[in-house]
Design a protein around this ligand. Sequence first.
Ligand SMILES: *[C@@H]1O[C@H](CO)[C@@H](O)[C@H](O)[C@H]1NC(C)=O
Ligand SMILES: *[C@@H]1O[C@H](CO)[C@@H](O)[C@H](O)[C@H]1NC(C)=O
Ligand SMILES: *[C@@H]1O[C@H](CO)[C@@H](O)[C@H](O)[C@H]1NC(C)=O
Ligand SMILES: *[C@@H]1O[C@H](CO)[C@@H](O)[C@H](O)[C@H]1NC(C)=O
Ligand SMILES: *[C@@H]1O[C@H](CO)[C@@H](O)[C@H](O)[C@H]1NC(C)=O
Length: 813
Amino acid sequence: TSALNKLIFLNNCSVLSFHKGLASKLPEEKELITNYSNMFLKKVPTDLTPTTTTLDLSYNLLFQVQNSDFHSLSKLKTLILCHNRIQQLDIKIFELNQELRYLDLSYNRLKTVTWYLLAGLRHLDLSFNDFDTVPICEEIGNMSHLEVLGLSGAKIQKSDFQKIAHLHLNTVLLGLRTLSYYEEGSLPILNTTELHIVLPRNTNFWVLLHDGLKTSKILEMTNIDCKSQCVRHETQQNLILKNAKTSILLFNKVDLLWDDLLLIFQFVWHTSVEYFQIQNITFGGNVYLDRNSFDYSNTVMKAIKLEYVHFRIFNIPQDRMYLLFTNMNIENLTISDAQMPHMLFPNYPVSFRYLNLANNILTDDLFKKPTQLPYLKTLILEGNKLETLSLVSSFVNSTPLMHLDLSQNLLQHNKDENCFWPETLITMNLSSNKFADSVFRCLPRSVQILDLNNNQIQTVPRESIHLKSLRELNIAFNFLTDLPGCSHFSRLSVLNIEMNFILSPSLDFFQSCQEVKILHAGRNPFRCTCELRDFIQLEKYSEGMMIGWSDSYICEYPLNLKGTRLKDVDLPELSCNTALLVVTIVAIMTILGVTMAFCYLRLDLLWYLRMLVQWAQTWHRVRRTAQEQLKSNVQFHAFISYSEHDSLWVKNELIPNLEKEDGSVLICLPERNFDPGKSIAENIISCIERSYKSIFVLSPNFVQSEWCHYELYFAQHTVFHERADRILLISLEPVPLYCIPTRFHELKALMEKKACLEWPKDRCKCGLFWANLRASINVNLSDTGEVCELQTFSELNEESRGSTISLIRTDCL
Ligand SMILES: *[C@@H]1O[C@H](CO)[C@@H](O)[C@H](O)[C@H]1NC(C)=O
Ligand SMILES: *[C@@H]1O[C@H](CO)[C@@H](O)[C@H](O)[C@H]1NC(C)=O
Ligand SMILES: *[C@@H]1O[C@H](CO)[C@@H](O)[C@H](O)[C@H]1NC(C)=O
Ligand SMILES: *[C@@H]1O[C@H](CO)[C@@H](O)[C@H](O)[C@H]1NC(C)=O
Ligand SMILES: *[C@@H]1O[C@H](CO)[C@@H](O)[C@H](O)[C@H]1NC(C)=O
């Protein structure tokens, strides 16, 4: 059929055959196209690029072309000059265009051409010009590469064609504006595969048809208007044509009476034509001839195609027309786009293998009469007004039908009706009908390719018959809310469910449809929640399976995700899997609980917490305590008071730990910093006043034996109450309030007001205790000459270790 397609080139200046003929032959060379088409040019532009290979000057007003116009274009291969007003031409002007292969001069006003041999020319089109005689001369005869030749002329005679008889042409186009004289037998002189004649008015169609059929394998005739062209003379019609060569006969733009058509068919029937196609045919007029007069015998005809049929007058007897065609013993029959309301078949077996009645107005009446189509393989009833699927099934039941196209009808299937399909049926096109879910009850088991696109299907019923052979299923543009499972279509490999109402495809599909290789599921209103997670995962695991990913797969719901591509939606496993979520939360809670319990039971968590709170408070306070608050007479970081019973602890634990860090902590101890000249109480008070903090190591012994020294002092120095933060209480052993003698009011008050630092029984907690304690007494004593003191401290320490008590003097302070 590529040869057929090629014949559309009439009004477009042969552009089609140009592409086919030339562009493909020289693919490597660089093409430079200069297009001046439709620019109202009166002259060929002078500023043409010399390297131009294709120059299009069509649809202009050129009336003359000269030597100088093209001589600089040495690379020119294609020159299109059609649809201009050129009247005469000297081909010699292309003398320097040695590369010229394609020259289109059609649709000009050429009357004379002066010839010159362009040996390389392959395509020369002189059709639709005003030549008197066909412009053929010796030079054309010497263009041995010529493949396509377009000609015109008012007179056609044998002697003209004789000059090119030896050329083996591919296509000859006779584009005639007028034809005043045709010498019979001229055309058959040509040797060409294809002959295309565009008929002018007032020609003898029959003569040209006769000669055309004797000329080429493919004959196309355009503009057949029988009102002026089909002069009847019986002798010619009934003649059996000898030496016919044509096997493909194409008529285009035909206007005739039914009787003329019958005559043409009858004539062609007995020629060599195997394929006869008529496109754009208009009928008119009355019918006189009887169908019985059609002689079906003695033919090689295999296929007939009538396309785009219009009726000017509708008094053609329908039955006769239908039966004319269905009685033909041919393989293929197409009558499409013909407004045909009905079709009749003879009541004996007919030989059609391919029957195409697309785009008519056929109704269920078509199936009323039993027909016998024992060879039918393909039936196309697309674009009609059929309504009942079961009737179609009965109609084709006794045929070996393989391909059935019922698309674009009004078909439905009623549950109660039974369908009987032939077991040979493998492709079915049921698209664009009115089918609901019940259509699945009326499908042949053998079907492999099923198109149910654009119907009203809501679900694929579970109980539907098992379509074991089904490989391709198209249910796009329906009302499905979920993917169909494949339990009934075990061999399904291509599935199209675009444009349905699928919010979240169910898991069943993924489990049952293992064979599916291609899935079109885009353009559905996806709800991008956790349910869609498996679907998105499926895409990841099966690269390339989902056609249109990711642009066609867009969330519709929830509203905040509308318009987001599924690819970009984040649905983490944890938030989607409820069980997993619960397990995770429970696990975390359990671990937390166990840890807490463990801390509480084994590590004395409460004690730690209290310690931490105190430490934090201390830090806070220390920060707040501005340096200036310290009196200049503060010389020690701390004064420690304790009972003799606890002295072991104080000396072995407390002091080493406080002084541990680089010795920067200075401590005033009663026994080592005491002035023998003063009383105990005076010494104590002096120590307290010279220390930043006063630490009391509380124990029952301390309360009993030592506190009496302080009670009086605290009672007198109210200042101390205001700055209670200078006192630190360490409880070495718990001292219950009730054990404190009633006379020690100040101690009671202190203990109620201040929290004690508890000395932990557990050694491993001591670190925190010391840290806490050090933080409490940590103050910068630099104002009081710390540097000097430090030196002193370390020097003295060197000299006599062991008796630090007396040595830690504060000389420099
Ligand atoms: C030049 O342009 C016209 C439309 O403007 C187009 O139809 C024609 O094919 C172009 N010619 C070539 C050789 O590309
Ligand atoms: C055409 O070719 C023939 C033989 O090759 C030659 O004799 C004749 O002169 C040529 N004609 C022209 C016009 O070139
Ligand atoms: C026509 O041309 C073909 C090659 O294209 C050739 O085989 C055939 O013999 C030619 N026919 C005549 C009658 O010259
Ligand atoms: C008939 O139609 C079938 C299917 O389109 C095609 O393959 C075959 O070539 C046709 N036969 C003729 C003679 O045109
Ligand atoms: C079914 O017919 C429609 C037109 O009616 C066409 O677009 C579609 O491609 C056909 N389907 C198949 C599977 O051939």
